[in-house]
Design a protein. Structure first.
Length: 194
């Protein structure tokens, strides 16, 4: 048995590196680069993309924005109501309805997400929250494919309203005036944006 173990170890180590099967060193064509065995008259290995072609999907970085970007939506009653609706659908199961990190998943034994009321998240720019919704962060998965950009901004507005309310702060005067002015209007229908 002692003689068999070293032989087995040598066989395993020898089989780990096979230069013939190494996919990185196999011959291949680079897209739109000249190749000696190209099938097309212009000597390239692929055809150019036709004008007017519409891409399917987006690049993972298309929706990531600069941290200096502020929420472009007006912070008014319809925006906050739409943000609340989206928050209850996408965020509350993990972050809780109050944004305190005590959602249903925590009660089921999963990892507790951060509370939106900690100083670290209160001081992050709006774009940070937007980018986290878009790309995910830590244990949070990306919602970029499920939540369109405008709805992400509505979520950011609602998260900011939760943070403001929990700190006992007053809303800025212009936002308060806009919300009070709209308070006499009938309630709007939930957001039907895609």
């Amino acid at each position: 048995m002692k003689r068999l173990l070293p032989l087995l170890l040598i066989a395993l180590l020898a089989g780990c590196k096979d230069p013939v099967a190494d996919m990185g060193s196999q011959p291949k064509y680079r897209t739109y680069q000249p190749s000696p065995t190209a099938q097309f008259a212009d000597g390239k290995s692929a055809r150019p993309i036709p004008a007017g072609t519409v891409p399917r999907g987006t690049s993972p970085l298309d929706d990531v924005i600069s941290l200096s970007t502020r929420n472009p939506l007006a912070i008014d009653r319809p925006t906050l109501e739409a943000g609340q609706q989206q928050f209850e659908i996408f965020c509350a199961p993990c972050h809780g309805r109050l944004g305190n990190g005590d959602g249903m998943i925590v009660q089921r034994g999963f990892t507790r997400p951060p509370s939106f009321h900690v100083d670290r998240l209160r001081t992050e720019p709006d774009a940070h929250l937007y980018n986290v919704i878009t790309r995910g962060y830590g244990a949070m998965l990306s919602y970029g494919d499920r939540v369109p950009p405008e709805l992400r901004w509505e979520l950011v507005a609602y998260i900011r309203a939760l943070q403001t309310a929990s700190a006992g702060q007053q809303l800025p005067q212009d936002v308060r005036r806009a919300l009070i002015a709209q308070g006499d209007r009938p309630a709007t229908q939930p957001s039907t944006r895609p």
